[in-house]
Design a protein around this ligand. Structure first.
Ligand code: KIV
Length: 263
């Protein structure tokens, strides 16, 4: 997969499948799957490090996760999230941060919002780095938005979102994440853009979908927003394996002679 393949999916009407991933072991499994694009999201701060928001993610954290994922994959397209405020500095500092994410193993960067980011996006794209935009619920602005809530409801907010989506395309973004946006608005924006949209909580009409791996696997026990589909009860499966192991150790059933070294 590369940016041309991703664009071709939109042209052919084929859905793009993006999944978050943060570590080597999971990346090796994703490599064998039908997932098209890996997002090393700053949601790592929440699902891998236990923070309540994505704001504590920094460049160091993101680069370590991107490096681990890159070591586990050979042909997946890796998008690296630019962490909180890392692309809101001077143009040269922004470019240094983007350089670090790319050198960690990403094939593209994702950054939230367009207002105030236009110049950086244009410069980044002209420097040969593909940029994925992210509009709607932009979690790094959770304090400004007043919580994790649906965006683009009402005429004014919908209009702003339409304009921002067009501005992302005009700035050179190769794709656009729409997060927590009413389905009709997401469908309209998708139809109006030539670049693909990838939705999360944005209905079925976007050009692709993205989910957080831990949500899809049913590992995030206290988190069940409307848009998440759990494809397995990972928590129950893990618990049952951990308890089977504990029971085997306590009862002396593990390890057996076969699982031990002889003389
Ligand atoms: O960080 C992330 O996982 C994301 C997705 C939810 C789009 O930005």
């Amino acid at each position: 997969m590369n940016v041309l393949d991703i664009q071709a999916c939109k042209t052919r009407g084929e859905k793009i499948v993006m999944l978050t991933c943060y570590d080597y072991t999971s990346a090796c499994i994703v490599q064998e799957s039908d997932v098209d694009v890996i997002l090393v999201g700053d949601s790592a701060a929440m699902v891998m490090h236990g923070f309540g928001t994505t704001i504590p993610a920094d460049l160091e954290m993101m680069c370590r996760h991107i490096e681990s994922v890159a070591r586990g994959t050979s042909s997946k397209f890796i998008v690296g999230d630019m962490p909180f405020l890392s692309y809101r500095q001077s143009l040269s500092d922004n470019m240094r941060a983007i350089g670090r994410v790319m050198q960690a193993g990403a094939h593209a960067v994702k950054l939230e919002g367009i207002e105030g980011n236009g110049e950086s996006i244009v410069h980044t794209v002209k420097s040969g780095v593909p940029v994925m935009g992210h509009l709607g619920l932009t979690p790094q602005s959770v304090n400004q938005l007043g919580g994790f809530r649906v965006q683009g409801r009402g005429d004014r907010a919908a209009n702003t979102l339409r304009q921002e989506a067009k501005a992302c395309e005009d700035a050179g973004c190769f794709a656009l994440v729409l997060e927590c946006v009413p389905d009709e608005l997401a469908a309209e924006i998708t139809a109006s853009l030539s670049i693909p949209t990838i939705g999360i909580g944005a209905g079925p009409e976007t050009d692709g979908q993205v989910l957080v791996m831990q949500d899809l696997l049913g590992l995030s026990s206290n988190f069940k927003p409307k848009f998440v589909r759990k494809y397995m009860d990972g928590k129950a499966a893990w618990l049952s394996a951990f308890n089977a192991y504990a029971s085997d150790v306590k009862s002396g059933r593990f390890p057996t002679a076969d699982e031990s070294y002889g003389q």
